[in-house]
Design a protein around this ligand. Structure first.
Ligand code: NDP
Length: 295
């Protein structure tokens, strides 16, 4: 039987609607409007598109976009001074610095300069540590989106075998921490893993974050498994056009898996929805309010 397709577009739209409702209540009852500062340095076309989409989503959720677009030539000291100003600005509840940054700027220094309570990307070392030690944390958006999608078909991940392929700080490691926090038995695989196919075949939940088109084959999938495909890979398509595929050979995997995310339309749309979730959570925490109920 063909796998259930986990519709990230629909699930993210629902989540964004719930965030917008919560923002509306926050404004009506407390007069608070969450503000998100997205900092873009330079003119990387892909980053410009991401930032535009983020700002649009922020506005649609009833939040305040407080974007800062800086020239490519800005110095590290100037950027750090801007981060300081955003940290001190009570209208700014979330700060996100779009990566990559120009060569003269050390991204780790910039991330570490962000107030951890405004770190809606969840990349600050304090939030990384909080996640690892099981304390409340702002959690990176794509991993959070993966877990929300997996839970739509597996509401409890407790005791399940979970395999994550990829160990980046942005996706692989934090998603593994979230699975562990949800009581799954977690294996993190990477480029040095031996017999990756056999490792994957153990997985009740398989999360692929590799960056290699259609790398995970159908016969690596345990029958009935939940497959979350994080990959976004551009490959040549018909008529000289390119198309986007994931890290999983979708057609093959769909014939074996119980549920699977498509690419595009799976994890991708969840990332921005989770950024809105994080901005709302950060706003509530900064105002001494309980975490919003987004169900
Ligand atoms: P990175 O390149 O930082 O990490 C890739 C990971 O995959 C590494 O840990 C690497 O292992 C592992 N890997 C590479 N080749 C192999 C292999 N042959 N066998 C096993 N493991 C391998 O990528 P990211 O984590 O940033 O992103 C992963 C994918 O997710 C990309 O396609 C990216 O575009 C996509 N992405 C999607 C997002 C979304 O919103 N949907 C957001 C972020 C990323 P090692 O550490 O040993 O080198």
């Amino acid at each position: 039987m063909a796998a259930h397709i986990i519709d990230g577009k629909k699930i993210s739209a629902g989540l964004r609607g719930n965030v917008a409702d919560a923002v509306h209540r926050l404004k009506r009852d407390r007069g608070i409007v969450p503000g998100l500062a997205v900092v873009l340095v330079g003119n990387n076309p892909a980053s410009e598109v991401y930032v535009r989409n983020k700002s649009k989503a922020v506005t649609e959720a009833g939040m305040r976009p407080l974007d800062r677009h800086l020239p490519d030539s800005i110095s590290e000291a100037e950027l750090l001074a801007l981060i300081d100003a955003l940290n001190a600005d009570a209208n700014v509840n979330g700060i996100l610095v779009q990566l990559p940054l120009p060569r003269q700027i050390d991204p780790q220094k910039v991330i570490a300069a962000i107030d951890p309570d405004k770190d809606v990307d969840g990349f600050h070392p304090l939030n990384v540590g909080r996640l690892g030690s099981g304390s409340p944390a702002l959690v990176p958006c794509t991993p959070l989106g993966c877990i929300i999608l997996a839970k739509t078909v597996r509401p409890s991940l407790a005791g399940l075998e979970a395999v994550v392929i990829g160990r980046s700080n942005i996706v692989g490691k934090p998603v593994a921490q979230l699975l562990l926090a949800a009581n799954a038995t977690v294996t993190i695989a990477h480029s040095k893993t031996r017999d990756l196919a056999a490792v994957c075949r153990r997985a009740d939940v398989l999360i692929a974050a590799i960056g290699q088109p259609e790398f995970v084959r159908g016969d690596w999938i345990k029958p009935g498994a939940t497959v979350i495909d994080v990959g976004i890979n551009r490959v040549p398509g018909e008529g000289g056009k390119s198309r986007i595929v994931g890290d999983v050979a979708h057609a093959e995997a769909s014939a074996v898996a119980g549920a699977i995310t498509p690419v595009p339309g799976g994890v991708g749309p969840m990332t921005i929805a989770c950024l809105l979730v994080n901005t709302l959570r950060a706003t509530c925490a900064q105002n001494g309010l309980p975490a919003p109920n987004l169900n």
